[in-house]
Design a protein around this ligand. Structure first.
Ligand SMILES: [Mg+2]
Length: 307
């Protein structure tokens, strides 16, 4: 199977100027840019946890498997260069499933100028597992870390939150373009992408930065899907609860000075809206405030990975 599979697949894989030697040899060869640092990230997605093969189109699963990696590169302000794709296929599905997964991820790789530098495809008597490692580049010192938020910084977010289970968790656009625009023109103190829930990931950013955050709950941009989900579950979590705790929004949280925040909010330089949802403060922990009212503790909620 493998030779035939590769003969069909290899001519279709996107390349990149930094990819000197792609799939076909023992390993890929990438050119290091002299003044750049490499950003490397990997994500393993499993049937039944991150997607459901019996319900979801394999192309969407393939796309998501790459998109989660590109989202992490965006969160570091790294420009994507290449990715390697490992697939553990259920024996019953075989080559057809592998091709469909690639059908989904190739257009995304092309859209974000990411070479597919190589990969490995195996079959086994287990469920579908995809594991993708992506490489990006950034000028050292220009990377965004989680640890750079300072008390007094404003908290900005891209897009809207909650209800991703209704479809966005598969079809989201990684904020690579937005990150490149922001990194080029604005001073961003800290950033991360929201994979496990807005409040949980914000609390992680606070921990890394050694500060706290006050959220103005009236400002949190709630996705239409979060409202839809809340309406479906009478008496269940509210749309705001979904926005604060649902995972897989893959939006960016940014820490910027008040002056930069003002500039960004006024000019809205991205295709997606930027919204201010609160500010970083000296006092550790997560706090909520509604329209200037008293500060109350806010417990971070979201998706906790099981080991
Ligand atoms: Mg991340």
């Amino acid at each position: 199977m493998e030779r035939d599979f590769l003969r069909r697949l290899l001519p279709r894989l996107p390349s990149h100027p930094r990819l000197l030697l792609g799939p076909g040899d023992d390993a890929a060869l990438l050119a290091l840019a002299k003044d750049n640092a490499w950003v490397v990230t990997t994500d393993m997605l499993m049937d039944g946890v991150d997607f459901e093969l019996h319900r979801h189109d394999a192309r969407r699963i393939g796309r998501k498997s790459l998109a989660v990696n590109l989202s992490d590169l965006a969160a570091m302000a790294a420009r994507p260069v290449g990715a390697v794709i490992s697939l553990a296929l259920p024996r019953s599905c075989g080559e057809a499933l592998a091709l469909e997964l690639y059908e989904g991820l190739i257009p995304l790789a092309e859209e974000f100028e990411t070479a597919i530098a190589g990969g490995d495809t195996n079959s086994w008597n287990g469920p579908l597992v995809t594991s993708i490692t992506a490489i990006g580049e950034v000028v050292p010192g220009k990377e965004w870390r989680r640890s750079g938020a300072k008390p007094g910084d404003e908290i900005l977010v891209t897009g809207s939150f909650g209800g991703s289970i209704l479809g966005k968790h598969l079809d989201f656009t990684p904020r690579v373009r937005e990150a490149m625009v922001l990194a080029e023109k604005y001073e961003i103190h800290a950033a991360m992408d929201v994979s496990d829930g807005l409040s949980l990931d914000l609390s992680r950013m606070c921990e890394a930065s050694g500060c706290g955050a006050v959220l103005d709950l009236s400002l949190v941009p709630i996705a239409a899907a979060a409202h839809e989900l809340a309406a479906q579950e009478q008496g269940g979590p509210s749309a705001l609860d979904h926005a604060l705790s649902d995972g897989e929004d893959f939006e960016l949280i940014l820490a910027v000075s008040p002056a930069v925040a003002e500039q960004l909010l006024a000019s809205q330089p991205l295709g997606v809206p930027l919204t201010r949802i609160g500010r970083f403060v000296k006092q550790p922990g997560l706090w909520q405030q509604v329209s200037g009212g008293p500060l109350l503790p806010l417990s971070p909620r979201g998706y906790e990975h099981q080991l």
